[in-house]
Design a protein around this ligand. Sequence first.
Ligand SMILES: *Cc1c(COP(=O)(O)O)cnc(C)c1O
Length: 379
Amino acid sequence: MSFSTRMAQALETRRAADGWRQRRPIARNDTRTLQAEGKKYLHFSSNDYLGLSQHPAVIAGWRQDAPGAGASGHVTGYSTRHAELEAQLADWLGYSRALLFISGFAANQAIVHLLAQKQDRIIADKLAHASLLDAAGHTPATLRRFHHNDVESLTQRLASPCDGETLVITEGIFSMDGDSAPLGALAAAARRADGWLLVDDAHGIGVVGDQGRGSCWRQGVKPELLVVTFGKAFGVSGAALLCDDATADYFLQFSRHLIYSTAMPPAQASALLAALHEIQGGDALRQRLSDNIQRFRRGAAGLPWALMPSESAIQPLIVGENGAALALSQRLMQAGCWVSAIRPPTVPPGTARLRITLTAAHRADDIDALLEALHDAAG
Ligand SMILES: *Cc1c(COP(=O)(O)O)cnc(C)c1O
């Protein structure tokens, strides 16, 4: 079959399943609202949970340095700003070292690729992010998945014999469900099997835990490998791996993602330093977010769609079929609320949903407007 035929068939299948993904150009986006195709909406599909992408200090930070690093970090792309950011991240999260990556996706690919060799096994939560599962699938190691947040299921998989090393993978707060992993029990199970734990805390860092230190800090767990990303609560972009000295040295020597790729722009490192400062002193922002979450959950209790047991900024409403989820999303858009429908394969078949996200930038009135639109759509 030719590339063209193969592509045409895949596209046809996707269209037929109401799975077509449409990008719509956004003219303006201030986290609380967005404008597209000449219309203004309240924005409930942003991961900018604290609204920091709009923060004057973060914007000023970006303006303080160059928009391009000019080289890989191993040549001349690693600036004093990068070094300062790594040092502050490591200190803040209680690790010896932090290593910056240009994105969470790249960080996860790099880590899994570099660690997992033949005879090793990767045991990942079924709902772990695509960047982790894809990477695992492309290594010579065996990939097994355990039932979502199920320590018993992980323990069973760990009990089967393995000649190599074991890497257990989970997220702090799950991106499409909004629930938290039982990190203490998962870490204990991994340790009993002499395995390492990798926690991707893309949605917890900045938002939960003392000073926003994330899910691991909140649960008193220190995984061997902690990934934090900066495209969500930090309001910018990029990621870091937190680890010990030997692991950091190993990555610097051998990670092709670090060696053969241009370093993060210095302007970005500078903006991230400002964002980190706002996060550390961000109790008021976290409180506002928490109030918005509570307000939404109280108001959504009577809706006909299943509300997930989530205490996080991610509040999905499970609709079921793709067409129904799309129709509900469209209905809300007509009412001025932008909520994207999320469909398989991003989520399991039959669980298409509205992934509602709340932020500190929303006002009480905004939440009420969304609730009213949802109740109208239900009635
Ligand atoms: C968003 C996300 C990523 C990818 O991070 P980027 O910096 O956007 O590439 C990785 N893991 C999880 C759990 C995510 O939600």
